[in-house]
Unconditional design. Structure first.
Length: 563
């Protein structure tokens, strides 16, 4: 291996996969290629993202906070006082630079295949943000097959595929998202004519709903989930203890209590619930199989050893049912799709794992995607490659998705451009830690991580966490304080017991909110005022001219979020 060569980078993101789904994090789902990455790299158990996918992706690619990168709120949850305000544009704005924009200037080839979700309009697609060759899905979710069916009528405006900036009208007959994204990435790497280094971004839409797999994968997990929620939760927790991921005395997470227990379900409901989880597991094994194909190609091209690989999920497991996506209803889903037991997972079905399985998927963490509980923002994260000195271990470093850009630049020996008007980086390089240098990465003066999306708020500082949750996952009128070192499940609210610590973290969150330009939502949804077609035009003329920092009521539950 020639250490003089610039490293390649492969950034792999999966969509809505739970904390404990894959093998390296205690899951029963067969993921040997992820296991290989973990064995040859580092597993981080305190890595955090946003609670929703587009904000996470904006931070991942820019290294900046989502409120400064353009995803201060999740389209289409914007309140009228947020719409098109700075940092709330609804797409990746031009006040941040992306990893490919920076590396391209340094002589890197830049490739992307998969989900973008950071802008559908001309000039905001991946081809305009530094990627040399792209095949991308522009929206939040859709059918995984060639019908391009949107999650709902209101999702249609950005449910499009794009190749090198041009809309793709027709997909191949045998299109399946994970297979095709991987095919394209393999093609880009194989067709590279020179020996320049590359940055490759492979962003699966699996296992985002609708849960679908090719026919050959439908019965891979037949019967595996017949034992129900508690049985899988217990098995995962035991494996996590064996792997050193959780304390040996940790008890199972009892869950939010929002969903029916397995024993309360009727027999047909249990069969349906188990079948949904079977399809979900098959989706994850399929994407792992595709990673194996990609790794084999890199080895064939003699580029694997010089490639540093990052793997993460964009947020916690998804609790949403198909009728969550406005204007869907239970009746519409029943009329428009064939969700019979025999047809689940096929092209004209639309199923999700639902809230109870989402809680299991996030074992032992609490809650799920949409929330700033750990089940929403803590995801599996692996950094792997022969360029690193650390391997095969689990670490407690408090990490954030914005750390990936500075880490990549550090390994590439490329400086972040000092251009006027650019937003400041939120992340910090992990290279010193990964290389076992004596200097440890320092996040900032106070080692604070701030979070906010759809008025779900949190701040992490050392072992402590302060969280605010609006309905339906919280009362919306109080902050809770947890010590995550002693209470990873966030069960014991210590706000009254430690008032000084509570006030300290509350001040930290307020300082974070001011620094990133957080705008407290008013009680009027922009999409209700504009309609969906007009909303997706992101026209500045609809910006509300008012004091955007004024205190105002929190918005209604974000039931029309496109992801």
């Amino acid at each position: 291996m020639n250490h003089e060569r610039q490293p390649n980078f492969l950034l792999i993101v999966v969509d809505d996969m739970g904390y404990s789904d894959c093998q390296p994090f205690g899951g029963e789902i067969n993921t040997p290629n992820l296991q290989q990455l973990a064995d040859n790299g580092v597993r981080f158990r305190h890595f955090h993202t946003s609670a929703l996918c587009a904000p996470t992706r904006s931070m991942l690619l820019s290294g900046c906070d989502n409120h400064q990168a353009g995803l201060g709120n999740m389209p289409t949850a914007h309140a009228t006082n947020q719409y098109m305000q700075p940092g709330y544009e609804g797409y990746l704005n031009k006040e941040v630079l992306t990893i490919p924009e920076i590396l391209k200037e340094a002589g890197y080839h830049t490739y992307m295949s998969g989900k973008w979700h950071l802008g559908e309009l001309d000039g905001f697609r991946p081809h305009s943000r530094g990627f040399e060759r792209t095949f991308s899905f522009l929206g939040g979710g859709a059918s995984h097959f060639n019908d391009q069916r949107a999650l709902s009528e209101f999702e249609q405006p950005h449910t499009k595929y794009s190749e090198n900036g041009e809309t793709v009208e027709h997909l191949p007959e045998d299109f399946y998202s994970s297979d095709y994204y991987t095919d394209r990435m393999i093609q880009y790497l194989a067709e590279q004519q020179d020996d320049q280094p590359f940055f490759a971004y492979l962003a699966f839409t699996a296992p985002h709903d609708p849960l679908q797999v090719p026919d050959a994968w439908l019965d891979k997990y037949k019967g595996a989930y017949d034992g129900g929620y508690d049985a899988i939760r217990e098995q995962r927790l035991q494996r996590m203890k064996e792997l050193g991921l959780v304390p040996q005395d940790l008890t199972p997470n009892e869950g939010s209590g929002m969903f029916e227990k397995w024993e309360e379900l009727r027999e047909n409901e249990r069969r349906e619930a188990a079948r949904k989880m079977e399809i979900y597991a098959a989706m994850i094994e399929n994407l792992d199989w595709n990673l194996g194909r990609l790794f084999d190609k890199l080895k064939e091209l003699d580029k694997f050893d010089d490639t540093i690989i990052f793997f993460l999920s964009d947020n916690g497991a998804n609790p949403k049912e198909p009728y969550f996506y406005a204007p869907n209803t239970k009746e519409l889903i029943a009329a428009e799709y064939d969700n019979s037991l025999e047809n689940m997972g096929r092209i004209n079905s639309f199923i999700s794992i639902g809230g109870a399985w989402a809680e299991v998927a996030n074992t032992p963490l609490s809650y799920f995607k949409l929330t700033t509980y750990e089940g929403g923002t803590q995801t599996p994260f692996i950094v792997s490659g022969r360029r690193m000195h650390k391997r095969g271990i689990v670490t407690d470093e408090l990490l954030h998705v914005t750390d990936i850009l500075p880490t990549i630049l550090d390994y590439a020996n490329v400086s972040y451009p000092k251009e006027k008007g650019l937003k400041p980086l939120y992340g910090t390089s992990l290279k010193p830690y990964l290389q076992q240098e004596t200097r440890q990465p320092v996040r900032n003066d106070f080692d604070v991580l701030g979070f906010e999306i759809t008025e779900c708020k949190a701040v992490l500082k050392g072992d402590w966490k302060l969280i605010f949750m609006p309905p339906p996952y919280g009362k919306g009128d109080e902050w809770h304080l947890y010590n995550l070192k002693e209470d990873i499940k966030e069960e014991n609210n210590l706000a009254e017991q430690f008032p000084a610590k509570f006030n300290e973290l509350k001040a930290d969150w307020q300082a974070y909110a001011i620094s990133v330009g957080y705008i407290k939502a008013n009680d009027e949804r922009a999409v209700a005022k504009l309609g969906y077609e007009e909303f997706y035009r992101f026209d500045p003329k609809h910006r509300v001219q008012e004091d955007v920092g004024a205190e105002s009521p929190a918005p209604a539950s974000p039931n029309a979020l496109g992801d």
